[in-house]
Design a protein around this ligand. Sequence first.
Ligand code: NDP
Length: 293
Amino acid sequence: MNAKSIDGKACAAKLRASIASKVSTLPRQPGLAVVLVGDDPASQVYVRNKVRQTHEAGMISVERLLPADASQQQVLDTVAALNQDNAVDGILVQLPLPPHLDEAAIIAQIDPAKDVDGLTTTSAGQLFLGKPGLRPCTPTGCVMLAKDALGDLSGKHCVIVGRSILVGKPAALLFLEENCTVTIAHSRTTDLPELCRSADILIAAVGRAQMIKGSWIKPGACVIDVGINRIAAPEKGEGASRLVGDVDFEDAQENAGFITPVPGGVGPMTIACLLRNTLLAAACRQGVEAPSV
Ligand code: NDP
């Protein structure tokens, strides 16, 4: 079998167009604020992309750039000021933060009504209880891509490799909401290849380059690769590198029915889902019905 590549870029572009078409229906232009601490090059690229796509969606972008040695209090004060700013509907703190900062305390400072990354205790609790709320962006993107490939996910066995708060755990709850039978695997799971072979939908969120091999994949399965890993690419010249996922893409294509590439799979959906959450948060804060996107 030669797997069909799931085009995350195209799905994300479609979602962003739908969001942009709904922005003008709100009484006030939605605003998304991004807080970036330090000068990590990868984070700077993400933030630049977010700012550009926020403008393209017809939203206001607010950036708060703090130095790498910003104090805990400075970051908390920045978030508190954004909580008070009525033009700001969504707040995203770009992770990871420099190691001297208490990430959990900073996330906890975000007003849950503006928690477009879906990471506060309130958002996590709403998800756990199956109540409406702002859902984490990357796992939401995974569900959308799986539905785009397979349609109804009811009854499918979804195996999620990784149990982080950012990806694995919320992904498990979101696939459960789609009536999947969900199994979560992690570093202590025994016989991971065999477990993966039982998956109709396999979510890889580990952070280990090309760890998941083609022989681990059930024929015809839908493989969503969240991992972003940089590896050496001597074929592109000395010192060159390239991005790969947690799945060995070439090998997996032999068995999978559908597979997301890296880059161009989950990554673009993450930003599109962030804009979607900003639209939903803005509608809720402005007292109008949530647009369907
Ligand atoms: P974390 O490091 O927080 O979590 C990794 C998870 O993988 C842990 O639960 C860990 O298990 C598990 N794990 C590690 N080694 C193994 C192994 N050998 N076998 C099975 N499980 C293992 O990572 P994140 O969830 O934050 O991110 C995962 C990947 O996704 C990264 O590459 C990251 O860059 C990428 N990412 C991509 C995004 C996108 O937009 N595309 C957004 C967010 C992340 P244990 O808990 O037991 O330690």
